[in-house]
Design a binder for this molecule. Sequence first.
Ligand code: 5GP
Length: 215
Amino acid sequence: MSKAGADAAIGRRGLMLVLSSPSGAGKTSISRALLERDANLRMSVSVTTRPPRPGEVDGRDYRFISKPEFDCMVGAGDLLEHARVFDHHYGTPRAPVEAALAAGHDVLFDVDWQGTQQIAQCAPQDLVRVFILPPSTTELERRLRTRAQDTDEVVRGRMSKAVSEMSHWPEYDYIVVNRILEESVTKVMAILAAERLRAYRQTGLPDFVNGLSGE
Ligand code: 5GP
């Protein structure tokens, strides 16, 4: 291999990594760990009409907006996807995702199965879908209660919806059962590493290989 070939970074398309799961399966902890460890990954911050939970920060966890503002964004085509989940509306602002991908970053999404289906329709090649399952429904309920941010009624509602959400697992490329957080993070990082190496994502390969054969 020539020195130039060995040193050159091969150009690559950014990918869209979607993590979905029922609430309480550990997706937020996995996302935080991925963002800490992977400098190239950017989080897509959703907009929502849901009120903030204690500790949530506007602009970091979500952009908390009113229903009229949400409707306005939908009307203007500013959302890449949007869905009603539980009694609230959620959506992915389009512009930051496009900017991150154009800058060569990969983007991490925490969206439900409805959002995943919509992204799959507009960008199937760029999408990598990971579904996080809890080890058991008992553990799921324990995690929802330990989080102690939702009322009993909300927890009951989320438990009953978890079963229908989990039925969407076959629509995903990878399934991770989140028994031990550290192991789950390692698995998702392995998925990310492999997906980055897919031939069609490495857009700089033709030039790189030409350089190799020109030696
Ligand atoms: P939570 O209210 O617990 O933060 O989120 C509830 C559900 O909404 C989760 O399943 C989460 O993945 C989903 N969600 C969060 N943001 C978005 C979004 O922008 N689009 C869609 N479709 N779902 C979202």
